[in-house]
Write a protein that binds this ligand. Structure first.
Ligand SMILES: Nc1ncnc2c1ncn2[C@@H]1O[C@H](COP(=O)(O)OP(=O)(O)OP(=O)(O)O)[C@@H](O)[C@H]1O
Ligand SMILES: [Mg+2]
Length: 234
């Protein structure tokens, strides 16, 4: 469904990613793993149109989307839940969700989609009038994911959704992501919690210094000596 071929990108003089080739199939859940600064967030930013590739191509079902602005990419059904939640603290839960449905195709269905989001995250339904900034970290993360879902995405990209969450909240969130995937949404998941990520995704890519250094089925990666030493503390 989404295909990056030989993509490179930089921030001014700073290289972010180099020659990255990855795919996410329809209905697939794929992981993007790697240490700090490896280029995981930059890869998502390239896909969502926030960072322009200097070479290579990004294709959504054979259509080249590499030069589209972020709102056009979103309109095609690619939702990006960025690192660090980024909910609007002075707005209510409901208002934050409304904003997620900002593209025309999502806007017409937003009431129905919101009910779906509330079904997945009952905690958000209980707090629909609460200001987002007053919610706990885990609740804000759920809201960020919920806002992504308001786009009715074909592909949901999640950047370190479990970062900073207590283990119990982590469990809940991963269960929700599993549910969203089971409903047919393709997932591209960036996680530093590698062992947990590998239980959710079918395949994963490992980035190092902006390059893909390894990719494979989760089962293979979980038993790979290099992965175990570098990311699983084994
Ligand atoms: N806005 C920016 N300006 C300049 N350089 C940046 C910017 N954002 C990222 N970089 C650089 O690009 C490289 C890749 O960063 P990126 O944020 O993609 O890594 P990451 O894998 O998401 O790391 P983390 O796990 O810490 O979130 C790093 O060397 C980083 O310093
Ligand atoms: Mg990052």
């Amino acid at each position: 469904m989404i295909e990056l071929s030989g993509v490179s990108a930089r921030y001014g003089a700073v290289p972010a990613i180099a020659d990255v080739t990855i795919t996410v199939g329809k209905g697939e859940a794929v992981g993007l793993l790697g240490a700090n600064g490896a280029g995981k967030s930059s890869t998502l930013r390239v896909i969502s149109g926030l960072l322009r590739p200097t070479s290579g191509s990004v294709k959504l079902e054979a259509e080249d989307i590499s030069s589209l602005p972020p709102h056009k990419v979103a309109a095609l059904g690619i939702a990006h839940v960025p690192e660090g939640r980024r909910v609007f603290p002075e707005m209510t839960v409901e208002e934050n969700l409304e904003i997620g449905a900002y593209v025309p195709a999502a806007k017409v269905d937003r009431r129905r989609t919101m009910e779906l989001v509330y079904n997945i995250f009952p905690r958000l339904a209980d707090r629909r009038m609460q200001l987002a900034g007053t919610m706990s970290g885990g609740e804000q993360q759920m809201l960020a994911v919920g806002r992504g879902l308001m786009l009715k995405p074909r592909l949901l990209m999640l950047d370190e959704p479990s970062l900073g969450l207590a283990p119990v909240m982590c469990d809940v969130l991963f269960e929700k992501i599993r549910e969203i995937h089971a409903m047919g949404t393709s997932i591209l998941l960036v996680e530093q919690n590698v062992s947990r990520a590998l239980t959710l995704v079918q395949r994963a890519y490992v980035l190092e210094s902006g390059r893909v250094i390894m990719h494979g089925e989760s089962k293979e990666l979980a038993t790979d000596k290099r992965v175990q030493a570098a990311y699983l503390g084994l």
